[in-house]
Design a protein around this ligand. Structure first.
Ligand code: GLU
Length: 456
């Protein structure tokens, strides 16, 4: 039985009633439910202090995407067979600015995954302080093992439908898992062809030769490390001499490894969806870059060139490697309660979520109860989309800033996110809890703008 929603409810009753509705309206979408629960549980103090959010029924409005499109993506493989995938774009919230968020190409993609990502994106984008709303999209297409030509044909077919819904001032997609510079290039080429014009700002994460921003490739990983640095410094700690474990070996992981190493850490492990490598001497990043960025090989190949390192099949074991700092940069729900307990038992001091929703709700609970510094994804991985917004600014101005300029802006944005989240946590009675702080800081800005815009 779904509870009714009224202006007279207490904050707790209201949150529960809307959450019940989310479950019944979005059946089977477990990742979306999880993302909503994580945010809603944090918002109770903010809703208690701001009864206008109940009066304007902000929660029920915010969990309903403004628009969802899903579409057929037919393409021809190299053998001439017709393949069909499903494409998605969720335009979740445009209170702050054009919908903004990546495209994920991965076989696990479905409505639940895209909606959880799109929902989180609203609050993450709000936290960046940049004028961007929240959206997300993607497909269940798997680029792994496909030829370049197959990836190109798929991207062209995908954009032949997606172009109707996007534009530099309406919705600006970018990359996510399975979508990097190559895919953005093919999609941009097709968009430009269909629109017969060069609207550079329609996608971000573009190549540097055609409107991309310096530092965008590095931004999510660097930003995550900068954010964790703020958490460490607030407790008189630093990366210097620390041992770090980073999961994944995509764009986020590679540049998290690079920045953590530059700041004096030793990164001893990373992974892909098949397994993980452990290199006690510290990861050879040039080798990882060669394998993943150039050769598109599996991480297991690493040990062929570095025989002192070990490769283990399966992913969860990476969290049993003792470390001071853990940066989950692979995918959702990669740290469960059990892995969190192992990390805590091994003395972990800080977690920085580079991926989207990498810790389960139970794992977050374990970290917070143990007093581990915990940088939630919406805050810690916001650097990528923040630099995407800087790419949009440069495209609008027809200028390009230097690496140092963009990196300095990124660094400042990550500091601001840390300070604003810390202040919100304090103000609403949960000092030090950055889950509560980031969620409330991200939410209140969107909610206040929604009220200003009226019932739309
Ligand atoms: N996919 C990234 C994210 O999760 C980046 C999105 C963007 O740059 O628009 O935030």
């Amino acid at each position: 039985m779904v509870s009714t929603i009224t202006k007279e409810q207490t904050a707790k009753e209201y949150v529960q009633a809307v959450y019940d509705k989310v479950i019944s309206r979005n059946q089977g979408e477990s990742e979306f439910h999880q993302a909503v629960k994580e945010i809603f549980d944090s918002l109770i103090p903010a809703i208690e202090a701001n009864p206008q959010y109940i009066k304007h029924n902000i929660l029920e409005r915010i969990v309903e995407p403004e628009r969802v499109v899903y579409f057929r993506v037919p393409w021809l493989d190299d053998n001439g067979n017709v393949q069909v995938n499903r494409g998605f774009r969720v335009q979740f919230n445009s209170a702050i600015g054009p919908y903004k968020g990546g495209l994920r190409f991965h076989p696990s993609v479905n409505a639940s995954i895209i909606k959880f990502l799109g929902f989180e994106q609203i609050f993450k984008n709000s936290l960046t302080g940049q004028p961007i709303g929240g959206g997300k999209g993607g497909s269940d297409f798997d680029p792994k093992g496909k030829s370049d030509n197959e990836v190109m044909r798929f991207c062209q077919s995908f954009m032949t439908e997606l172009y109707r819904y996007i534009g530099p001032d309406t919705d600006v997609p970018a990359g996510d898992i399975g979508v990097g510079g190559r895919e953005i290039g093919y999609m941009f080429g097709q968009y430009k062809r269909i629109r017969s014009g060069n609207e550079a700002g329609v996608l971000t994460g573009k190549g540097l030769l055609y409107g991309g921003s310096l530092t965008r490739t590095e931004a999510t990983g660097y930003g995550c490390v900068y954010f964790v640095n703020e958490m460490l410094e607030s407790k008189g700690l630093s990366y210097e001499g620390s041992t770090v474990v980073v999961s994944g070996s995509g764009n986020v992981s590679i540049y998290a490894i690079e920045k953590a190493t530059q700041l004096g850490a030793k990164v001893v492990a990373c992974s892909d969806s098949n397994g993980y490598i452990y290199d006690a001497d510290g990861i050879d990043l040039a080798l990882v870059k060669q394998l993943k960025e150039v050769d598109r090989k599996r991480i297991s190949e690493y040990v062929k060139s570095r025989p002192q390192a070990t490769y283990t099949e399966g992913c969860t074991g990476i969290w049993s490697i003792p470390c001071d700092i853990a940066l989950p940069c692979a995918t959702q729900n990669e740290i469960n309660e059990e892995s969190a307990k192992v990390l805590v038992a091994n003395g972990v001091k800080a977690i920085g979520e580079g991926a989207n929703m990498p810790s389960t709700l139970e794992a977050i609970e374990v970290f917070l109860n143990a007093g581990v510094l915990f940088g939630p994804a919406k805050a810690a991985n916001a650097g990528g989309v923040a630099v995407s917004a800087l790419e949009m600014s440069q495209n609008s101005m027809r200028q390009s800033w230097t690496f140092e300029e963009v990196d300095a802006k990124l660094h400042q944005i990550m500091k601001n996110i840390f300070n604003n989240s810390t202040a919100a946590a304090e103000k609403y009675g949960h000092p030090g809890n950055l889950v509560v702080g980031a969620n409330i800081a991200g939410f209140t800005k969107v909610a206040d703008i929604m009220i200003a815009h009226g019932v739309v």
